[in-house]
Design a protein around this ligand. Structure first.
Ligand code: GUN
Length: 281
């Protein structure tokens, strides 16, 4: 039976360490979150980010804009926050409603305040191992959790399923920097189960409920589930068939309580780091 990689417990430890540091700071880190529209998933995420930021003593401001907001209004808000000395970090909650070209707005955010590390400058810095101002929270949290459980990443065969800008691509970069042999699979990949069953570390970020059955998993593999959604009964589920896969994996993340809380903890860590870096300029 696999050991659980308890992201909930570890994130609590990280948040306590952050709180300890923040308590000693005169100027508290400040995070601005922008939410456009009323996507129910995004509302839950944003509320949870706001609550955690407040618990840590951060200055947290959430800007809620209507679904039919004029793109010019969002542009003006981002530019205002960029030049606001009291804002250290900006998070633009994604996805944006369809009439926005998402990338245009990501690129408007000052890279020094880009808490998600989604700006092309930060993506490029990540790719070239040259100190991005921030690294995408979910991938950063995954690496941190693997290290906490002493998973050997160097020379491991790692399969990342999913090639999003938010998770799959930055995660592949981080794993390469850790000397893993990385394969990235996606919706057009053929013979996925066959490829997956060779992986020492299998990381699934597809949002397809129960995609990863025991046929995808090598005996003793480490399995990380990044999927998170509610089923028809309101129960939170992931990509992995936990019941089956936990019988053959050596380590596995649960959903909920795995990568989700690690992502929030990394968002708080990034906010603190940006505020400390901004204080030096
Ligand atoms: N939507 C879902 N996850 C994320 C995230 O990590 N950052 C942002 N900005 N939007 C998201």
């Amino acid at each position: 039976m696999a050991q659980i990689m308890d992201g909930k417990a570890y994130s609590k430890e990280i948040l306590e360490q952050i709180k300890h540091k923040v308590d000693k700071l005169q100027k508290k880190p400040s995070l601005a979150v922008i939410l456009v529209g009323d996507d129910p998933g995004s509302q839950i995420y944003v509320n949870s980010k706001e609550k955690t930021a407040c618990e840590l003593g951060f200055v947290s401001k959430t800007f809620r804009l209507k679904e039919n907001t004029d793109p010019k209004e969002l542009k003006d808000l981002i530019l205002k926050l960029n030049s606001d000395k009291n804002t250290d970090a900006i998070l633009l909650q994604l996805p944006l409603p369809e009439h926005f070209v998402e990338q245009d707005f990501i690129e408007l955010i000052d890279p020094k305040k880009d808490v998600d590390g989604f700006h092309p400058l930060n993506c490029g810095k990540l790719m070239t191992n040259s100190n991005p101002y921030a690294i995408s929270c979910t991938p950063k949290g995954i690496i941190k959790l693997l290290k906490k459980y002493n998973v050997e990443i160097t020379s491991a065969n790692v399969l990342v399923i999913g090639r999003s800008n938010m998770v799959g691509k930055p995660l592949a970069q981080l794993l390469l920097a850790e000397n893993a042999t990385v394969t990235v699979a996606h919706s057009k990949t053929k013979k996925l189960a066959q490829i997956a069953s060779k992986a020492d570390i299998l990381i699934s970020a597809t949002g397809i409920n129960g995609l990863i059955t025991k046929d995808f998993v090598k005996n003793g593999a480490v399995v990380v589930d990044v999927g998170i959604f509610r089923d028809e009964n309101g129960k939170i589920k992931g990509d992995v068939d936990f019941e089956e896969v936990s019988k053959i994996a050596s380590l596995i993340t649960p959903v909920p309580g795995g990568i989700g809380p690690m992502t929030i903890a990394m968002l708080m860590e990034n906010t603190l780091e940006l505020s400390l870096k901004n204080a030096k300029f």
